[in-house]
Ligand binder design. Structure first.
Ligand code: HBI
Ligand code: FE
Length: 297
């Protein structure tokens, strides 16, 4: 039963978070922010920049989702309208949160097909890179794929899986799966590799690096392997994982005996983020020149 918020557990992805006094246990803002004209223009400029970059690079379902939800109509999208339209397609809604929220609350919303989106938008000064997910990353990056019925199922299953991972104290492993799929995943399409990860789709630099760069490894995704693999949170990835289809990702995740997997997982990560191991189906063996130079820039 996923209707009740689970008991508070220790966060592993975030430092302990202090709940702002105006939000309840669900961490939801009473209403979406009223964006200023300048803030709406920031959305429009970010949107235009990504649209120059993404045709031929973003996966088909993402580009179709942008269209279906008409996210480029101008200004920060209104969550109420988005939720109505998305609800009719896949039953998901978009709800405003002030900032990063605790893991167990995040999973609880996903398990109930609510996508928590940052209420604020970055400034001109932080146009290229922000530490915390804002409304552009969350809505532009994540929401279009929630129009895809299979991906929509995967995200809900991920939310449910979060609780089991917390019981086994293996949230870091499940977090690696989120990171290498929902945030930084690539997908094989008939015309070649495409991006479905929101972390890549919402930023200016990583699309070309991830798809065309010589530096990173590109390896077919295996859920067991990925959950044992460390990751970088504030720079380009040394390795990207590639799925065959959303259906394959869904089945690799849902048909797995996670109890068994968690019992066999070490508490830490087994593989470095640049490792290539003998079971890997390698599409591109990276030179790692970017990270060998020291990264960041
Ligand atoms: N909070 N607002 C927000 N957005 C996230 O993506 C998020 C979060 N809290 C925790 C969390 N993600 C992690 O649990 C997952 O990324 C695994
Ligand atoms: Fe994200």
């Amino acid at each position: 039963d996923f209707t009740a918020l689970p008991a508070v557990s220790q966060d592993v992805f975030t430092a302990p978070l202090k709940r702002p006094p105006h939000v309840g246990e669900d961490w939801l803002e009473p209403a979406q922010r009223d964006y200023s004209a300048d803030e709406d223009t920031i959305w429009d400029d970010l949107f235009a920049r990504q649209l120059d970059l993404l045709p031929g690079r973003a996966c088909t379902a993402f580009l179709a989702g942008l269209d279906k939800l008409d996210l480029g109509r101008g200004g920060v999208p209104e969550f109420g309208r988005l939720s109505d339209e998305l609800g009719a397609m896949t039953g998901w809604s978009v709800v405003p949160v002030p900032m990063l929220i605790p893991d167990h609350v995040f999973f609880w919303h996903l398990a109930n097909r609510r996508f928590p989106a940052g209420n604020f938008i970055r400034t001109r000064e932080t146009f290229d890179y922000i530490q915390e997910p804002d409304v552009f990353h969350d809505v532009f990056g994540h929401v279009p794929l929630l129009t895809d019925p299979v991906f929509a199922e995967y995200m809900q299953e991920y939310g449910k899986a979060g609780w089991k991972a917390m019981r086994y104290n293996r949230l870091k492993a499940l977090g690696a799966l989120y990171w290498y799929t929902v945030e930084f995943g690539l997908i094989q399409e008939t015309d070649g590799l495409r991006i479905f990860g929101a972390g890549i789709l919402s930023g200016p630099r990583e699309a070309v690096f991830a798809l065309e760069g010589q530096s990173p490894n590109r390896i077919m995704l295996n859920v067991d392997r990925v959950m044992r693999t460390d990751y970088v949170i504030d720079d380009l990835q040394p390795t990207y994982f590639v799925i065959e289809s959303f259906a394959d990702l869904y089945h690799q995740t849902v048909d797995r005996d996670f109890d068994r997997l968690y019992r066999s997982l070490d508490p830490g990560f087994t593989y470095a983020n640049s490792a290539v191991i003998d079971v890997d189906d390698v599409l591109h063996l990276g030179t790692q020149e970017y990270h060998l130079r020291g990264g960041r820039g």
